[in-house]
Design a protein around this ligand. Structure first.
Ligand code: ADP
Length: 256
């Protein structure tokens, strides 16, 4: 009997130790991700600010032509937009986490929204003045949703496609209605996503690789926001491989 009780005690102890070890590991991983997040945010804030400062100082100190000044101002505006997108993402992520945000829905024209985001993000990475986003947007697609949050979904998916591709590589954006559903697709020819990473990339702060090997800018919040916002709209998202390389993100809004 003593032997039986002893072994039950040992089994309980082992199970307890296992769960304790697992939760400590989880906590450690979360702390690590938070630390990486803070480092990325600091870096993400500092680099566009440094670039804007330098551009403005150059305009102030040097005798530049009108064309040069316009070019410097355009570059500064791109950096400011990047900062703006990042702040929007952080605000939205904190609203989602606090559950204070109700995702107010209203009917709006998604075609106009996608078109305006595509126009804004054209040429952001390409110095060869060539259109890198090919858009096929069916006009007059109306949906009922939170325009502010869905702006973030569309922006994040297109920005990622451009970011994880080589400069000047094209990105295909499609918006169409089919069988009462609305489809939004973003396809790139970039670095692609390994199968084992496909389910993880929607986790908060998750970035593929580690901080040392990663050379793209980012905070790991974009796809987390995308997934959360789409869940609130009963819309689905899936990611698949593009051919010969790259990724395709497909969003489907349910029957309209
Ligand atoms: P980040 O700020 O790092 O871009 P996201 O949440 O938007 O954060 O994306 C999470 C990770 O998923 C990225 O760090 C990247 O590794 C991967 N990823 C996202 N979109 C793409 C894409 N179009 N091609 C390749 N990898 C991608």
């Amino acid at each position: 009997m003593v032997c039986g009780e002893g072994s039950i005690f040992v089994i309980i102890l082992i199970i307890g130790a296992f769960y304790l070890h697992r939760s400590i590991n989880k906590e450690r991983k979360l702390q690590e991700q938070k630390k990486n997040f803070l480092l990325s945010v600091t870096h993400e804030l500092k680099s566009p600010l440094a670039s804007i400062k330098l551009l403005l100082q150059t305009i102030q100190k040097r005798d530049l032509t009108k064309v040069q000044i316009k070019d410097f101002i355009d570059k500064s505006l791109l950096d400011i937009e990047r900062l703006d997108d990042m702040v929007e993402n952080m605000l939205l992520a904190s609203k989602i986490d606090n559950q204070s945000y109700t995702f107010p829905k209203a009917s709006f024209n998604l075609s106009v929204l996608v078109d305006s985001i595509v126009n804004r993000l054209q040429l952001t990475k390409c110095d060869c003045n060539q259109m890198i986003i090919n858009a096929e947007i069916e006009p007059k697609i109306e949906i009922t949703g939170d325009k502010f949050a869905l702006t973030s979904v569309v922006t994040n998916l297109i920005e990622n496609a451009v970011k994880y591709s080589k400069p000047c590589q094209t990105v295909d954006v499609k918006l169409f209605a089919k069988n009462g559903e609305v489809h939004f697709q973003v396809a790139d020819h970039g670095i692609g996503i390994a199968d084992e990473e496909k389910s993880r990339i929607f986790n908060k702060f998750y970035r593929v690789g580690n901080e040392d090997t990663r050379n793209t800018k980012g905070t790991g919040l974009g796809l987390y926001i995308v997934k959360e916002v789409l869940d609130k709209h009963e819309a689905s998202i899936r990611v698949k491989d593009n051919r010969p390389e790259g990724s395709i993100f497909e969003v489907v809004f349910g029957l309209t």
